[in-house]
Design a protein around this ligand. Structure first.
Ligand code: SF4
Length: 77
Protein backbone atom coordinates (compact mmCIF):
# COMPACT_ATOMS: atom_id res chain seq x y z
CA UNK A 1 0.00 0.00 0.00
CA UNK A 2 1.31 3.42 -0.96
CA UNK A 3 -0.17 6.56 0.57
CA UNK A 4 -0.10 10.09 -0.81
CA UNK A 5 -1.74 13.36 0.24
CA UNK A 6 -2.81 16.06 -2.19
CA UNK A 7 -1.40 19.15 -0.48
CA UNK A 8 -3.63 21.47 -2.52
CA UNK A 9 -6.77 19.75 -1.24
CA UNK A 10 -5.75 19.23 2.40
CA UNK A 11 -7.37 21.76 4.75
CA UNK A 12 -5.36 20.66 7.79
CA UNK A 13 -8.29 19.40 9.88
CA UNK A 14 -6.01 16.89 11.61
CA UNK A 15 -8.49 14.01 11.40
CA UNK A 16 -6.05 11.66 9.69
CA UNK A 17 -3.32 12.42 12.22
CA UNK A 18 -5.73 11.62 15.06
CA UNK A 19 -6.70 8.36 13.41
CA UNK A 20 -3.20 7.14 12.61
CA UNK A 21 -0.31 9.13 14.02
CA UNK A 22 2.26 6.63 12.83
CA UNK A 23 1.49 7.45 9.19
CA UNK A 24 0.19 11.04 9.14
CA UNK A 25 1.35 14.27 10.76
CA UNK A 26 0.69 17.95 10.26
CA UNK A 27 3.64 19.95 8.93
CA UNK A 28 4.62 23.50 9.89
CA UNK A 29 2.19 24.85 7.29
CA UNK A 30 -0.68 22.97 8.91
CA UNK A 31 -1.04 20.46 6.08
CA UNK A 32 -1.01 16.71 6.52
CA UNK A 33 2.04 14.84 5.30
CA UNK A 34 2.79 11.15 5.14
CA UNK A 35 5.66 10.10 7.37
CA UNK A 36 5.51 6.51 6.19
CA UNK A 37 4.59 6.25 2.52
CA UNK A 38 4.57 2.50 2.16
CA UNK A 39 3.10 0.06 4.60
CA UNK A 40 2.37 -3.61 4.38
CA UNK A 41 -0.98 -5.16 5.19
CA UNK A 42 -1.52 -6.11 8.82
CA UNK A 43 1.48 -4.20 10.04
CA UNK A 44 0.94 -3.74 13.75
CA UNK A 45 0.68 -0.31 15.26
CA UNK A 46 2.35 -0.20 18.67
CA UNK A 47 0.14 2.47 20.26
CA UNK A 48 -3.52 1.98 21.01
CA UNK A 49 -6.36 -0.06 19.72
CA UNK A 50 -7.71 2.48 17.24
CA UNK A 51 -4.60 1.95 15.15
CA UNK A 52 -4.33 -1.75 15.89
CA UNK A 53 -3.91 -2.45 12.22
CA UNK A 54 -2.30 0.43 10.41
CA UNK A 55 -3.65 -0.39 6.98
CA UNK A 56 -7.24 -0.35 8.25
CA UNK A 57 -6.67 2.97 10.01
CA UNK A 58 -5.22 4.47 6.84
CA UNK A 59 -8.17 3.30 4.76
CA UNK A 60 -10.58 4.73 7.32
CA UNK A 61 -8.72 8.05 7.34
CA UNK A 62 -8.91 8.19 3.56
CA UNK A 63 -12.64 7.48 3.69
CA UNK A 64 -13.23 10.15 6.29
CA UNK A 65 -11.04 12.90 4.84
CA UNK A 66 -13.60 15.62 4.11
CA UNK A 67 -11.79 16.83 0.98
CA UNK A 68 -10.71 13.39 -0.29
CA UNK A 69 -7.05 14.38 -0.18
CA UNK A 70 -5.69 10.97 0.79
CA UNK A 71 -4.87 8.61 -2.06
CA UNK A 72 -4.12 4.95 -1.42
CA UNK A 73 -2.62 2.65 -4.02
CA UNK A 74 -3.21 -0.92 -2.93
CA UNK A 75 -1.28 -2.33 -5.88
CA UNK A 76 2.06 -1.09 -4.59
CA UNK A 77 3.45 -3.44 -1.98
S1 SF4 B 1 -8.08 14.36 7.01
FE1 SF4 B 1 -7.72 15.20 4.93
S2 SF4 B 1 -8.00 17.42 5.15
FE2 SF4 B 1 -7.77 16.59 7.21
S3 SF4 B 1 -5.56 16.81 7.67
FE3 SF4 B 1 -5.88 14.74 6.82
S4 SF4 B 1 -5.50 14.93 4.60
FE4 SF4 B 1 -5.81 17.01 5.42
Amino acid sequence: MKIQIDQDRCVGCGRCTEMCASVFKLNEEGKAVVIKEKITECENEPQGEECAIVSEAVKKAADECIVEAIDIDMEIK
